[in-house]
Design a binder for this molecule. Structure first.
Ligand code: G4P
Ligand code: MG
Length: 172
């Protein structure tokens, strides 16, 4: 692993999602809809659809400004006005790529709970082992993470300029 970051390839992402889908089904949770938090949750959510075949609704939340400084709180940059009623009474699977400070995830959960889904389960590829800035609300009873990591920067394949180099760095 170079420059103290964790390089993750597309193949690894795909296998992580597959094993998460198996754990999800083994847990007895049968989601009716997927909500993907953009942009990092989009590709994991699409791969999950291959295994559980549920519709995907996409939301965009931003916690970093253009200057990379934190907003005071996460802000919605895209929301699902026309489909919010689709969540009422439904079992939701909320997908993001990483559970870092948990601020964005918790904010998104709080907004989705306003639509009174039956349940929201949270699923992420990576959970960073660290003290979180916020906890999940008590409504969250099911949480799945693919891998627990140290508090390092994770490099996802969709951010790579040179995918061959990126993939090779994972193996290095
Ligand atoms: P959390 O609730 O999911 O823990 O997210 P948090 O607010 O702590 O993170 C703010 C942004 O930083 C999120 O992106 C999150 O995906 C991104 N992030 C945190 N740690 C890492 C990491 O190790 N690697 C990468 N690549 N990103 C990380 P965002 O504002 O939602 O934007 P986007 O990148 O998903 O579009
Ligand atoms: Mg993200």
């Amino acid at each position: 692993m170079s420059d103290n970051a964790l390089y993750v390839s597309y193949n690894t992402v795909h296998k992580l999602v597959k094993s998460l889908s198996e754990r999800l089904l083994a847990s007895g949770y049968d989601p009716e809809v997927i909500v993907a938090i953009g942009s990092g949750g989009f590709i994991p959510a699409r791969i999950m659809k291959t295994f559980i075949n549920r519709p995907i609704y996409a939301v965009g939340i931003s916690y970093y400004g253009v200057d990379n400084k934190h907003h005071e709180h996460p802000t919605k940059i895209q929301w699902i006005d026309e489909v919010q009623n689709q969540l009422r009474g439904k079992r939701v699977l909320l997908i993001d790529e990483v559970d870092d400070s948990r601020v964005t995830l918790a904010y998104c959960i709080g907004e989705l709970l306003k639509y009174e889904p039956e349940e929201i389960a949270v699923l992420v590829l990576h959970n960073k082992r660290k003290e979180k800035d916020v906890e999940f609300p008590p409504e969250i009873k099911r949480y799945f993470n693919g891998v627990e990591t140290d508090d390092v920067w994770i490099k996802y394949p969709w951010d790579a300029a040179d995918i061959e180099e990126h993939t090779a760095k994972e193996e290095a």
